[in-house]
Structures are given as structure tokens and as C-alpha cells.
Design a protein around this ligand. Sequence first.
Ligand code: ADP
Length: 608
Amino acid sequence: MLAGLPTSDHGRLITDPRSGRTYFKGRLLGKGGFARCYEATDTETGSAYAVKVIPQSRVAKPHQREKIRNEIELHRDLQHRHIVRFSHHFEDADNIYIFLELCSRKSLAHIWKARHTLLEPEVRYYLRQILSGLKYLHQRGILHRDLKLGNFFITENMELKVGDFGLAARLEPPEQRKKTICGTPNYVAPEVLLRQGHGPEADVWSLGCVMYTLLCGSPPFETADLKETYRCIKQVHYTLPASLSLPARQLLAAILRASPRDRPSIDQILRHDFFTKGYTPDRLPISSCVTVPDLTPPNPARSLFAKVTKSLFGRKKNKSKNHAQERDEVSCLVSGLMRTSVGHQDARPEAPAASGPAPVSLVETAPEDSSPRGTLASSGDGFEEGLTVATVVESALCALRNCVAFMPPAEQNPAPLAQPEPLVWVSKWVDYSNKFGFGYQLSSRRVAVLFNDGTHMALSANRKTVHYNPTSTKHFSFSVGAVPRALQPQLSILRYFTSYMEQHLMKGGDLPSVEEVEVPAPPLLLQWVKTDQALLMLFSDGTVQVNFYGDHTKLILSGWEPLLVTFVARNRSACTYLASHLRQLGCSPDLRQRLRYALRLLRDRSPA
Ligand code: ADP
């Protein structure tokens, strides 16, 4: 195999000086405190590994070397389904190499970055595996001491493995424990901060912080200032959002106790209602790395749902029933089912308080155009054809890569299209995901909320029709006065978002508005992602919008055949270009920089 490698790749070979075995160093998986981690393939057997490469220069000091030796000593003997498998290690003059089980889907930190919050069934799925691995460690007298999202690795088939034993230690009796503060500041237990040492209960505390972060979107004690975080930890000062289920709140409250003695053991956690009464999927779809999965627990109400919707929607060919009659039937069905299945819809938000706190992360602040618009010809009930997040990401990636990679240098943008088709784009948004979800208004004046549990509700431009999508492929519509009782909490939140956006936010650019009647099936927001610089939104019709916070510029990719690129500049004026023109003629550095950034954002979302 080695002979077949191009000479330029010889520098990418790692050779074990003792055995003579060679490995091909592949893509970079990540960087840590000491190490860079790469994919590695045994050139003889083709076995794949993750190899941690630690430069000798980084471990020149005795205490640094001791840390690596400790990590190897503790990790090498561990064998458990939910612990990253240690394969072997060796060193040469330049580096130390540690060969580990390859976890190709990176870590829970990456999933969390793309998703903000996970559904309770997903959290149970991951936590059960963490608890299983952690129980094994504790039984062998090993404390992990750095349980955090980035140390829960995910394999190709979505299994979780606890990894990174850089801070792990053998359990000592309390009086002999080292009193050093270690671990990730946000997840460190109060007794560790008070220098009382690290016992198994401190790992349980960190696990509680992990559970909180996955369910609520941010760590329980996170503040802008480390001292303040430590004060909150010592005083166990945090809030439990009402949107969590009661068992989730109870379990978190039981784990996040100041005294280690008061915290539940791993077995007690596993016996808690949160685990025993809630549904845990056997496996998660790969798409759940980047988007809310449709987790349908096997329960009779759901089977009934499937059966009845099938018979109802089979009617597309059967024109004998009138439309209103059918809508009534669906509305009864949904209302009945929601009542029976609401206990399974774990992360369903509760109704907002009469006057909720002001939403966070608001953009755009001038008066808006709010003239009433035409009415929507209701599409009635039925299944909508829509793209998945993965498809939107992949097709946008492909088109954008193609465009950016070949663009010649230029100083200016080419001539924009003289009369582009009116676009449907997000003209206002509000991130209120710490409580309910993400609200947005389309240029057609439709408002909608993508709730934290992945359900979606929209109010038509004339405010007369409510569209409800329990998943991105299921769609029900009701007239505003006939929304089933079980959906009223979502409707109140939607109204709250609507009035907030109407009163406080201005439209994000001077693009022509679209009458909603022209858009019989408006796109559905499938996913949104915020980075420190921009907000990325992905829609069911393939549209991708990126809003840059700093200067309020925006990029909208739409159309696909041909692909259109709309750029809303700092002065809010919008120009639409054919992507093929940009590819041939190049564009201004301003636009190029934003196209590159959008490409990076999409690449990060790509599950491939
Ligand atoms: P350090 O101990 O120096 O902090 P880490 O163990 O955190 O190094 O590894 C650095 C990065 O390498 C991790 O954040 C992760 O992205 C990646 N990584 C580590 N182990 C694996 C693995 N087994 N499979 C895939 N990626 C891994």
C-alpha cells in the first residue's frame, strides 16, 4: 500500500519505530490542550483510528510528561462499550502518538453547537450511555473529573463514548484527595471549588450540568464572569425553565445539590422517573446531529394518528368529501391526539406568563411597514413536500463551493438582475430559545415560531389562519378561531412573538415584499444556527439566509435553478445576482468574504 502512495503523501505517514507498522495520517479531527487529533489508517490492515499526536516539545517539563503518562496508564486498561477504546501508543523523536477508537461524528459539543437544545428523549439516549460508562469507571475506582460535552464522543453509528482521560484520577479516601481545582469551570462542583477534593459525586454534579446544558441550551451557572460563575456554583444559584418536563426539573434539582452526600448515585439517577417514565429511542438518526429528529415513540395514540392521517390524506384522489368537512375531521383528530399524547411530547413549551421577560438578541430597530396584505388561500390539511436540513445544507454547499472556488478576483460586483422575482426571506427575527423558540417574520408578513421541541407554528399574513407542523413534513391548518385546545399554548406564544416583532423590530432590508397569496406554500424554517458573527437560517424550500450582526448585511441563496444570490448591503439596499455571473466575473471583497463565511457555516453543518 505504501508503494502506491504519491510521494507528497509520505510526510503524512506515521511509523511505529519498534514494530515498523505505518499509518496514514488523514483529516484533522480536532485540537486539544496538548494534542492534535487526526484520523489514521493502518496502511497494511486498513483499520481506522483516531490518533492523538502530542509534540515532544509540549511535554518537555516533567509534570507535563507525567500528565500524559497518567492518561495512558488509566485509559489503556479500560474496556467498555461506552468508553473510547484505547488501542496502543508509541513515540518517536518528534511526537507521542496515542491510537484510539475513531469517533467519526466528533462529540456532543458539536451536536449541541448545531442544535442548542435537544429533545428529552435524545437527552435520555445520550445520558444512559454516559451513565453506563461512568458507572464502569467508578466501579474501577476511576474518577473522570472533566465530564463535559466535548469529552462525549460520537461514533459513526451514533453511539456515545466517554473519552479524554487527561484529568482522570484514581479515587482516594477523602482525606488523601488532591485539592486542586480541575475540570471545566462551568461544570465544576462546589466541593471542588471549596478545595474539599473530587469524589464520584463531583462527576455526578458535572453530569447534571451536562443534562441541563443539553435541555436548556446553556450551562446552569454560566455568566459573563468566571468569579460570578464560581459564586453561583457555590450558592447553587440557577434557574430551571418551566418548559422542561416535571421529571427533568426534579432530576436536575436532585443532582445539583450543594452537598455531595445529598446527590443521587448513578443507579438512583437511572431509576428516576425522568428515565423510567419517559421514552428513550434505541438509536438516533444521523440527521439529529444537525436537526431536530422526528422521534415517534411506539405508542397506541401515534399508531392511531398514522392510521387516521393516512386514511384522511389518502383522500387526495377521493374528491367526494368537502374540504371544510375534512378540515374539521383533522382538527378533531389533532385535538384528540394532542390530549392523549401530550405526555410524550417531552419538550413541549408551556404557555407563556401574561407578560414574559423581554426576548433576547433582538436585531433591527426602526418602524416597519405594516400595511395589511391579501388573504391566503388556505392549503388545507395534508403533507407538504419539503427538504431536510441535510439536503438543504448539501445542495447549498455544493452550489456555493462551486461558485466561490472559481470566482476570479474582482473589485466590484457584476450587474445585478434588473427585475428579480420577489423573494421570500426573513425580514425580522427574535431568538427566545432560552424559553420557547425562535420567532421570525417573512417578507410576506407571515410570522412563525420554530419551537425548541422542533414543532413549528405560523400565522398567515392576514392573521386569520394558523399553520401547525408537528414535524417538517406534517402540516395542519386551522382558522384562528378553531385552533385545538392542546395547541393554544403554542398559539399564545406565537401571538406574543407576533406583537413583539410588529411593535419593536424593523424590516431588515429594502427588498420588494411578496404578497402571501403569491406564495401558496411558504417555506418553513427547518433550522437556525447562531455563531459569534452571524445567524444562519435554513428553509424547507432550500433557501439559505445568513444575517451578519455586525453591519446588518445579509446573504440569501435561493432559486437553485438557476441559483440566485441576494446581498443586502450595509445601506439596506438589496441586489440579486445570478450565481453563475459571480462565478464568471467575481465580486466585491465585501460579498466574497460573506460568501466564504456562509460556505464555512454550511460546511460545519454538513453531516458528511
Ligand atoms: P487534549 O487532551 O489535548 O485536550 P483531546 O483528547 O481533547 O486532547 O482531543 C482533542 C480533540 O480531538 C477533541 O476535541 C476531539 O475533537 C478530537 N478527538 C479526540 N479523541 C477522539 C476520538 N477518539 N475520535 C474522534 N475525535 C477525537
